[in-house]
Design a protein around this ligand. Structure first.
Ligand code: X90
Length: 281
């Protein structure tokens, strides 16, 4: 069986090792400029255009983009950004229907992450592990379904402006951030929407809040994937707090790319983690 993992660019992953991988880029549109979230994206240039303050938005991949990412693999595991906030998953499902009609012996398994960024990364890593251990297609499907009940996404944001301007959070929620120094801590809800949990004064309070939430969810030193938009410092601090509490935690830090960077905005942090049992008791 020739397996392939594909995702959209909201995973912030462009390459993985050992298993064939492709991604379908989302787009960031600033004024009349289109920035595809791919290898060629010049993040500094995008930020510069954004800083001019004009109208901006995003667009999900189309069916054709997904078909390009599928390539000619026999069995495809396709991880999308949450269907609660994007049309990417619907486009992937349309591409699956087309692909399976054209190639009746091939399969595409669309996995709606109900999340974004680092939680998608955890699902991709799990698929990669399963494929490398030689699991069958059905075993992989069972295991990844079970794993999705054990992963979570938290975020800490300084500004919800881009999310509000694009209708992904309410304008009243976005107003909270207008108070200087306020950080919003939240999570991907079970429906795959953005849920605000706390308003914290200052970053330090927000970071320790995130650790408390992880503890409450049953984190016990598993995987943590931290992604940040230009805030390595806070990501390192948070990683330090996590390692200080759970010394065996497997913590990795990486930058957000185009789509997540646009919505998380400057200073934003996203954190995906896994737990040994269901994390939503
Ligand atoms: O289809 C499109 O145009 C893409 C829309 C994406 C909207 C939200 C992306 C959020 C990314 C912000 C913090 C994490 C929130 C996750 C909630 C599930 C980053």
């Amino acid at each position: 069986m020739r397996y392939k993992i594909v995702s959209d660019s909201a995973s912030n992953i462009h390459t993985i090792e050992q298993v064939p991988f492709s991604y379908a880029p989302l787009h960031i549109i600033v004024g009349d400029r289109d920035f595809p979230d791919d290898d060629r994206l010049d993040l500094a240039r995008m930020e510069e255009e954004l800083s001019r303050g004009g109208k901006s938005g995003t667009a999900c991949p189309g069916t054709g983009d997904w078909l390009d990412a599928f390539g000619d693999a026999e069995s495809i595991f396709c991880v999308t950004i949450t269907s609660g906030l994007s049309g990417s998953c619907a486009a992937a499902r349309a591409a699956k229907a087309e692909y399976e009609e054209q190639y009746p012996l091939r399969h595409v398994h669309v996995i709606d992450s109900l999340s974004a960024g680092p939680e998608m990364a955890l699902l991709i890593e799990k698929l990669q592990e399963l494929i490398c251990t030689g699991a069958s297609e059905n075993e992989i499907l069972d295991s990844i379904r079970e794993y999705t009940c054990r992963t979570r996404l938290l975020f800490c944001l300084k500004s919800l402006r881009n999310l509000a301007n694009n209708g992904r959070v309410s304008p009243s929620a976005a107003k909270i951030c207008e108070i200087l120094g306020i950080r919003v801590v939240g999570q991907a809800s079970t429906q795959g929407t953005l849920e605000i949990l706390n308003k914290c004064h200052g970053e330090a309070g927000a970071l320790s809040r995130m650790v408390k939430i992880m503890n409450g969810a049953g984190f016990s030193g598993g995987k943590v994937r931290l992604m940040h938009n230009s805030n390595e410092n806070a990501a390192e601090k948070l990683a330090g707090l996590i390692r200080g509490t759970w010394e065996n935690a497997d913590v990795r830090i990486s930058p957000t790319l185009g789509l997540c960077g646009y919505y998380a905005e400057n200073g934003g942090i996203m954190l995906g983690f896994d737990t040994p049992g269901s994390s939503r008791l």
